[in-house]
Design a protein around this ligand. Structure first.
Ligand SMILES: Nc1nc2c(c(=O)[nH]1)N[C@H]1C(S)=C(S)[C@@H](COP(=O)(O)O)O[C@H]1N2
Ligand SMILES: [Mo]
Length: 220
């Protein structure tokens, strides 16, 4: 799916539709807000449920098949089995999520491993400035290392006290609550530290590289 053609006709249609939205600037309100003042970003509406959104190929990651590689521009690359990942220091976190398709959900209770725990463990090279998060479905999404290196960024395995379901990216997904949710890779299997930025799937298909909901950075 590297060129955005997707895995089947349905996926291709979905990607095409979203490319068209990006071209037309659909959903843009033309306003921005200060996250310190305004909890709900511009153009968003609150939901109580948690919608499922992906490219349609939901991999089934058994504990045996799970692997998380953390590599690239780091001094101590890691390749973790699920039990090794679960043995890392765990933390609870509460945060909001904001999807570019205009829904937001407040007060999600997460449990997982802090991004900062992982960063400390692998020791990024001094010139590492970006990360690319990969999913087991072939998806990828990029962010700056300083955006990943935040206290509210986690690799989560539980939501509201229960394991994250397969459709939401379980057993482990990324969670970057202050960026649009497409930056939060589901079924995460690789965190690649980079010296130079490299766009992921939606970033190559019309979405914004930075994805700040309060700046309404929907499209690139
Ligand atoms: N591996 C993977 N992660 C992914 C995606 C995907 O297709 N594959 N879709 C992204 C997009 S576009 C969104 S909006 C969110 C949706 O997460 P959810 O289905 O848990 O709501 O996952 C993001 N992470
Ligand atoms: Mo999305």
């Amino acid at each position: 799916m590297d060129d955005g053609t997707g895995k089947n006709a349905g996926t291709t249609k979905l990607v095409e539709a979203k490319r068209a939205w990006a071209r037309d600037g659909r959903l843009l309100t033309g306003t921005t807000a200060d996250p310190a003042q305004v909890r709900l970003p511009p153009g968003q509406r609150l939901v109580k449920d948690w919608p499922v959104l992906d490219l349609g190929a939901q991999p089934s990651i058994t504990p045996q098949r799970f692997r998380l590689d953390i590599d690239g521009a780091v001094h101590r690359p890691l390749s973790l089995r699920l039990d090794e990942f679960m043995a890392l220091p765990q933390a609870d976190s509460v945060s909001d999520m904001h999807c570019v398709t205009q829904w937001s959900r407040y007060d999600n209770h997460w449990r997982g491993v802090a991004a900062r725990t992982v960063i400390e463990a692998v020791q990024p090279h001094s010139d590492a400035a970006h990360v690319l998060l990969h999913g087991a479905d072939g998806y990828a999404t990029n962010l700056r290392l300083d955006q990943f290196d935040q206290a509210d960024v986690f690799l989560v395995h539980s939501w509201e006290g229960a394991p994250i379901s397969a459709e939401h990216g379980g057993p482990v997904r990324a969670l970057i609550p202050r960026l649009y949710l497409w930056k939060s890779a589901k079924w995460i299997n690789r965190i690649e530290f980079l010296v130079r930025d490299r766009p992921g799937f939606w970033e190559r298909n019309g979405y914004h590289n930075n994805a700040d909901p309060w700046m309404e950075e929907r499209y690139g």
